[in-house]
Unconditional design. Structure first.
Length: 63
């Protein structure tokens, strides 16, 4: 499932995201999707989500 398509991401899904502060290093953070923040149908760098922990980043992998 591509992480660039909004239709593949839904609330409750377990994902790995990259936070804005970690974009240079590529460090991933894992968690459950609470909200989908990207309004467009797709995004080349990944769909932006908010995890249940409150962290915001772009989905890199669907786990």
């Amino acid at each position: 499932m591509p992480n660039t398509k909004r239709t593949n991401i839904r609330s409750g899904l377990y994902v790995a995201i990259v936070l804005k502060a970690d974009q240079r290093t590529g460090k991933l953070t894992q968690g459950f999707v609470q909200d989908i923040l990207t309004s467009k149908r797709d995004h080349p760098r990944g769909i932006k989500v908010r995890l249940d922990t409150g962290e915001v980043g772009r989905v890199q992998h669907i786990l």
